[in-house]
Design a binder for this molecule. Structure first.
Ligand SMILES: *[C@@H]1O[C@H](CO)[C@@H](O)[C@H](O)[C@H]1NC(C)=O
Ligand SMILES: *[C@@H]1O[C@H](CO)[C@@H](O)[C@H](O)[C@H]1NC(C)=O
Ligand SMILES: *[C@@H]1O[C@H](CO)[C@@H](O)[C@H](O)[C@H]1NC(C)=O
Ligand SMILES: *[C@@H]1O[C@H](CO)[C@@H](O)[C@H](O)[C@H]1NC(C)=O
Ligand SMILES: *[C@@H]1O[C@H](CO)[C@@H](O)[C@H](O)[C@H]1NC(C)=O
Length: 215
């Protein structure tokens, strides 16, 4: 076999591997953050329980997937779409529009918590723990993921707020507002024309009745 043919086969093999690893999503995945290590800070050694960025780098995240944080209340879970907030390791100055804090429902230290965070926005999503004034984040409790479309959001997560009410265009909307002429008396005018109509109607009916008798 020539070296050219060998190179050719190697390239084909590589292409197949790339294609196989890029298979489209067939369902929604729950990703347990940190794997068996969970979402913990090792206070004794002043470092995160595992490398969350390498954990995150090893998998594909799609819309509708969940991140499952197995943790306790000594850590926090902050999700942000704002890179500045992420890099600052604090949510103090963050906007409610792009940053969300999930808590385990307890204010006490060391309470077991399982926090499920749905992925609902494509692109960069950032997660960190802001506990201990940002030290946990600075010491490894922070990671970025890139969320792909996958199958798109499932109906359970795909409930945008209803669009704002807009009055449908009607015949009235295009017309200028009615003009009231000072001194006039529209009520009287209407009353007069109604009176005329009321008189005219029986007269017309009578004429038609007479006509029908004659024909
Ligand atoms: C994934 O997590 C969500 C939220 O906790 C849960 O509702 C769903 O059943 C889980 N799905 C699977 C396949 O475990
Ligand atoms: C842990 O690391 C941070 C950041 O490097 C440092 O500021 C802090 O003093 C350390 N804490 C302990 C207990 O060593
Ligand atoms: C990445 O994922 C593969 C396949 O699931 C696994 O064998 C490997 O140990 C993982 N690597 C890391 C660093 O987690
Ligand atoms: C990110 O957050 C910071 C601090 O709240 C804010 O000043 C900045 O405008 C935000 N960036 C974007 C792109 O929204
Ligand atoms: C949680 O933090 C508190 C206060 O720093 C500490 O006393 C406690 O041992 C921690 N608990 C766990 C389970 O890490």
């Amino acid at each position: 076999m020539t070296s050219t043919a060998l190179l050719y086969l190697t390239v084909i093999a590589l292409l197949i591997t790339v294609a196989a690893s890029d298979t489209p999503a067939t369902g929604y995945t729950n990703h347990t953050v940190g794997g068996p290590a969970g979402w913990f800070f090792d206070a004794k050694n002043n470092i995160s329980a595992t490398s969350y960025s390498s954990w995150a780098g090893n998998q594909t995240f799609n819309l509708g997937d969940y991140l499952i944080f197995n943790t306790n209340t000594n850590q926090t879970v902050i999700q942000t779409y704002n890179e500045t907030t992420f890099n600052s390791c604090t949510a103090d100055d963050a906007s409610d529009d792009d940053t969300f804090q999930y808590n385990g429902g307890s204010n006490e230290f060391g309470q077991k918590a399982t926090i499920a965070v749905p992925l609902t926005m494509m692109g960069s999503n950032y997660f960190f723990s802001d506990a201990e004034d940002g030290v946990q984040c600075q010491q490894g409790m922070a990671f970025e993921i890139s969320v792909k479309r996958g199958l798109g959001l499932p109906p359970s997560l795909n409930q945008p707020p209803p669009p704002p009410y807009i009055e449908p265009p009607g015949p009235d909307t295009a017309q200028p507002p009615p003009i009231t002429i000072n001194g006039g008396s529209p009520a009287l005018d209407n009353g007069v024309s109604r009176t005329v109509a009321n008189v005219c109607f029986p007269l017309t009916a009578l004429l038609m009745a007479i006509a029908s008798v004659w024909m």
